[in-house]
Design a protein around this ligand. Structure first.
Ligand SMILES: Nc1ncnc2c1ncn2[C@@H]1O[C@H](COP(=O)(O)OP(=O)(O)O)[C@@H](O)[C@H]1O
Ligand SMILES: O=C(O)C[C@@H](O)[C@H](O)C(=O)COP(=O)(O)O
Length: 324
């Protein structure tokens, strides 16, 4: 049966307030531009812009910012019927960004009592998930109850329906209490996911251990359900490993970097597009890297996501320049 959604993402949809004054610390920044943010929302937007059929499960504030986020996501073609409004007055998460230099940019999150962490098991519909080919889970949603249980329900339902589960580690220290609890929940989901995507640092968090090699990490995780593990290493590029024993590496597309945030979410959107279309793992790393390269040269992490024509033209041009 052909599914209505190529992917459904679950978790946080929030607001980014990005400094429009570059090369200065947040203390001295007066002007910000408003964008939709939140790692899973960014991945959903990037995927929709690439032409994927996308649904989203999440909870937003019942106020102007919650309405803005839901409307923006609907406008890019995402099904927002499962984006519920928080009826207890919880506010949407805010992320301020600071761009000190291309090498030094940072984010400051305001996530006390954030609405996305109040997603409940009742907000996760089995009928909805049954319409998806793939479920994208983001790690931050596991930080607190009741969102934690909502995500564990989505995972359990997806597994029972045969929906492919992608776990984007998306570790944000802010909402977690301690390293051991974090590692416990990360491992719980990672062991059941089909595909895991994260940075080397995020896999260290999952393992609650610093210093393991990629080979040590995959050897442990491939004892469980994962069949594909992608480990990103910033400017050093990315590596993908399959349970069958294949290893792929891709470097980066050089660009005029404005800021570094947004790289991971755009990478995931590009990677998952190629992966879903069976273009091969090498091409998936290439699409992820190209999408990241495009997004880090622009201000936002969501609006800057490329459509397919822009992504393929970018790769074509970069490869043409390499040949000459
Ligand atoms: N300076 C850079 N120039 C070009 N591409 C980059 C750069 N930094 C990151 N990328 C791309 O973005 C991907 C994700 O970046 P990374 O920093 O590892 O993840 P995250 O943003 O999740 O912390 C990298 O694997 C790489 O493809
Ligand atoms: O995920 C958030 O709540 C903040 C994001 O919207 C922000 O744009 C960001 O940090 C993206 O960073 P990435 O994980 O490097 O893609």
């Amino acid at each position: 049966m052909s599914q209505k959604f190529d992917l459904i993402a679950i978790g946080r949809a929030a607001v980014d307030l990005n400094a429009v004054e570059y090369n200065r610390p947040l203390e001295e920044t007066k002007s910000f531009a408003k964008f939709v943010g939140g790692s899973p929302a960014n991945i959903a937007i990037g995927s929709a812009k690439l032409g994927q059929k996308v649904g989203f499960i999440g909870k937003v504030s019942d106020d102007q910012l919650g309405h803005y986020v839901t409307q923006y996501m609907a406008d890019v073609g995402i099904d927002t019927t499962q984006m519920v409004k928080d009826d207890a007055g919880h506010k949407i998460g805010l992320t301020f960004t600071e761009i000190i230099s291309p090498e030094e940019s940072d984010i400051l999150m305001y996530r006390n009592e954030a609405a996305d962490l109040y997603l409940t098991t009742a907000d996760v519909s089995e009928e909805y998930l049954a319409q998806a080919k793939m479920l994208v889970i983001s790690g931050t949603g596991l930080a607190q109850s009741p969102s934690r249980e909502a995500i564990l329900k989505a995972l359990t339902v997806a597994k029972s329906l045969g929906v492919e589960v992608v776990f984007e580690l998306d570790y944000r220290p802010y909402t977690w209490k301690n390293a051991e609890e974090t590692s416990l929940y990360y491992q719980l989901v990672a062991q059941r996911a089909d595909v895991i995507i994260g940075t080397r640092d995020e896999f260290d968090v999952l393992e609650n251990h610093h210093g393991n090699t990629n080979e040590q990490t995959i050897a442990t995780l491939f004892k469980y359900d994962p069949k594909l593990i992608v480990i990103k290493s910033g400017v050093q590029g990315s590596n993908a490993y399959t349970k069958a024993g294949d290893h792929y590496h891709f470097g980066v597309f050089k660009t005029k970097v404005l800021k570094s945030f947004g790289a991971g979410d755009s990478f995931a959107a590009g990677f998952l597009y190629a992966y879903s279309h069976d273009l091969g793992i090498e091409t998936a790393l290439k699409y992820g890297s190209a999408a990241a390269s495009i997004v880090i040269s622009q201000l936002s992490s969501s609006e800057a996501m490329p459509d397919l024509a822009k992504l393929t033209a970018f790769i074509h041009e970069a490869e043409r320049q390499e040949v000459h």
